[in-house]
Design a protein around this ligand. Structure first.
Ligand code: SAH
Length: 233
């Protein structure tokens, strides 16, 4: 009787471990497919970006009932009326920011923390600001749980940026303001890049590069982001 108990426990433990491995394998294959079909095929070639998209477990950034759809080709709700962007857009913004190891990056709109995790796979330090406290707290816990020690999350108004940590090599804005926030431009290094959607009903994604004398503005593609809201004061 006692022996059977031990044997049963051993089988149970092996069974469970196998289950966990099988699931990891399955989501790994889902990520491979996502990168092949939605990202590489559409022209994203930066190996650092592709590798980061293969590594970060996107399903852990969406509510459990959406795990099955986490690797599909569209944005998903993350609560508080906010969304996690379509995987291709995350990859596109990351590639267009021309990042390299050693960079210090600011993200506006932490949301689920997924974009921050992708950035943290590539650069040295990621600072991310989220205006909704519940989202900021959940994202911070999630990122800590996943072992990221180079991501700093703060709850606050992204229009103000993070002046104590400026200047940044790149700023990624994942909510859409009506116009370019000048305070954020000031927090870019000379040569630094800001990737930002601008507009309300019709939005376009821009890359703003800070130059010695001012800025260079490039139009990238039409997009659809949630609005970048203004803080209380
Ligand atoms: N990058 C996120 C998705 C962001 S959705 C991810 O990877 O999951 C846009 C986020 O911007 C929302 O969470 C919204 O609350 C936040 N946001 C909107 N206005 C903001 C502001 N002024 N400052 C900081 N965050 C803001």
């Amino acid at each position: 009787m006692y022996k059977t108990g031990i044997l049963l426990s051993i089988f149970l433990i092996f069974g469970l471990t196998e289950c966990v491995f099988a699931e990891e394998d399955f989501t790994m294959r889902q990520r491979e497919q996502m990168v092949d079909q939605q990202i590489e095929r559409r022209g994203i070639l930066d190996k650092k970006v592709l590798d980061a998209m293969r590594r970060v477990q996107r399903h852990l950034f969406v509510p459990p009932e959406l795990h099955d759809t986490a690797y599909e080709d569209y944005p998903l709700p993350i609560g508080y009326g906010q969304t996690i962007s379509q995987p291709y857009i995350v990859a596109y913004m990351t590639e267009t920011a021309l990042l390299k190891a050693g960079d210090k990056v600011l993200e506006i709109g932490t949301g689920s923390g997924y974009q921050a995790a992708i950035l943290a796979e590539i650069v040295d330090e990621v600072y991310s600001i989220e205006i909704v406290q519940g989202l900021a707290e959940t994202a911070e816990e999630r990122l800590k749980g996943l072992g990221y020690e180079n991501i700093y999350v703060r709850c606050g108004d992204g229009y103000k940026g993070w002046p104590e940590k400026a200047p940044f090599d790149a700023i990624i804005v994942t909510a859409a303001p009506d116009a370019i926030p000048q305070e954020l431009v000031h927090q870019l290094k000379v040569g630094g890049r800001m990737i930002i959607p601008i507009g309300s009903i019709y939005q376009e994604l821009y890359r703003i590069t800070r130059t010695e004398g001012g800025t260079k503005k490039e139009t990238l593609l039409p997009v659809r982001f949630v609005p970048m809201v203004h803080g209380d004061e």
